[in-house]
Design a protein around this ligand. Structure first.
Ligand SMILES: [Zn+2]
Ligand SMILES: [Zn+2]
Length: 428
């Protein structure tokens, strides 16, 4: 009885997942096969960047030419899992029709929208509703912010409609095309490698460094100068204007005082590894205001493997752990995507005995980022793959339970009405 129930659930959910896979591959095909693109392009003609429809006629026409055929493809191919179930598990074959039933809701809502029924638009076209975005692109389910990027960031990426799985598999969950990516610690081994890799992937790269000389890259034997901005730890606010123009900020600067334990070493480690990165992250958050910025801006923080595993350098570990925890805490309210880079020892000036090469690490980071991995682990230490996710899960949960979101709106209205001052006086 129980096994048959489990089997029915598996067939049912499997057929729904199949329907979603068909939807996303249909969409993908539409961008690579001209006859299908001629129909699909109507979907791209409909919306303005604020997601309002250009006009009613095009909105309705787009449904007949794109959404209805897409749902029909899902319906027809949805018979496949049913056929398979009919052959291998005849007792559960009805459950495999759940995918078709699920698809029918999309078919009927597409027909309703095509017929101009207003409430159907509001109720069913959830990824195209206009208005302020409330959260950054989400990780597993497509939200408005996620899908907006397919229309207005890069049409050759972000294909998914409901689940983000296909984009993760295809590496189309993040596009660097035309994006400005700034990297701190740009003169270091990993900084240089990241700049080169991102340049190859179509990004406009920018180097942020404390050294006076400008950074250049050697790509395929060619010397490419990189726009270089010089800044100093403690003067993060000098970068405010630059950060307005940056799409992806990678915080990668740091020091390792190795075995030192003086007061100076403590101050320096925390100032550079923890607080400087934290201040830049906050400054970057303040540049995320519009829907477009919420959808496309990102900050990546190199908190290193030392966040969860020994790095044989106590102050490096302490300061990187503090940074990692601050990122976990602030990520709860971040207006844009925040990724952590959890990196094992790679060969660099900071760490001459590292095993991995900077270039290899940079390539892995980028390969995982385009799969939308938010905690990017690149290391040869198998323990980190166990320790870090566990730490992240429990610390994240703990921070969520015992801290709260600043209710900016309430504070603002209280300031306006003078309530805070009055309350303050009453307490005295
Ligand atoms: Zn769309
Ligand atoms: Zn498309």
């Amino acid at each position: 009885m129980v096994t048959s129930l489990i089997a029915m659930t598996a067939w049912g959910l499997g057929s729904v997942l199949w329907a979603e896979l068909v939807r996303d591959f249909y969409h993908l095909l539409a961008h690579y096969w001209t006859p299908l693109y001629r129909l699909h392009v109507w979907h791209h003609r409909v919306f303005r960047p604020d997601l309002t429809a250009v006009n009613d006629t095009i909105y309705r026409e787009a449904h007949w030419r794109n959404d209805v055929p897409e749902a029909l493809a899902m319906l027809v191919l949805g018979l496949l899992p049913w056929g398979v179930a009919y052959t291998v598990a005849p007792e559960q074959h009805w459950a495999a029709l759940l995918g078709c039933l699920y698809t029918l809701t999309f078919l009927f809502s597409a027909i309703a929208r095509g017929s101009g029924i207003k409430w159907a638009e509001e109720l069913t076209d959830v990824t195209h509703r206009p208005g302020q975005f409330l959260t950054p692109p989400s990780r597993w389910f497509v939200n408005r912010t996620y899908h907006w990027r397919h229309h207005f960031d890069n049409q050759k990426a972000y294909y998914c409609g409901t689940l983000t799985l296909v984009d993760q598999l295809m590496g189309t969950a993040l596009s660097f095309k035309g994006k400005t990516v700034a990297v701190t610690g740009a003169s270091g081994t990993l900084g240089q490698a990241l700049l080169a890799t991102l340049h190859e992937r179509g990004a406009k790269v920018m180097a942020l460094t404390s050294r006076e000389q400008s950074v250049s890259l050697t790509v395929k034997g060619e010397n490419i100068p990189v726009k270089t901005m010089t800044w100093q730890v403690g003067q993060e606010s000098d970068l405010a204007a630059i950060l307005e123009t940056v799409d992806i900020l990678i915080l990668n600067h740091g020091i390792n005082v190795h075995g030192e334990r003086t007061a100076d070493a403590i101050a320096q480690s925390y100032e550079i590894n923890t607080f400087s990165s934290w201040r830049l992250m906050e400054l970057f958050f303040s540049t995320v205001r519009t829907n477009q910025e919420m959808a496309t801006k990102e900050v990546w923080v190199n908190t290193s493997e030392a966040e969860a595993s020994p790095a044989f350098s106590p102050l490096y570990e302490l300061s990187k752990r503090a940074l990692g925890d601050l990122v976990t805490l602030r990520r709860l309210d971040a207006p844009c995507v925040v990724r952590k880079l959890i990196l094992g020892p790679f060969k660099s000036n900071l760490n001459p005995i590292g095993v991995m090469s900077g270039d290899w690490v940079a390539k892995q980071i980028v390969n995982l980022a385009v799969r939308d991995v938010r905690n990017i682990i690149v290391t040869i230490n198998p323990l980190t793959f166990v320790m870090f996710p566990l730490k992240q899960l429990f610390v994240g949960l703990y921070f969520k339970l015992f801290s709260r979101r600043a209710d900016l709106q309430a504070v603002k209205s209280e300031v306006v009405s003078g309530n805070i001052a009055i309350k303050g006086l009453a307490q005295k």
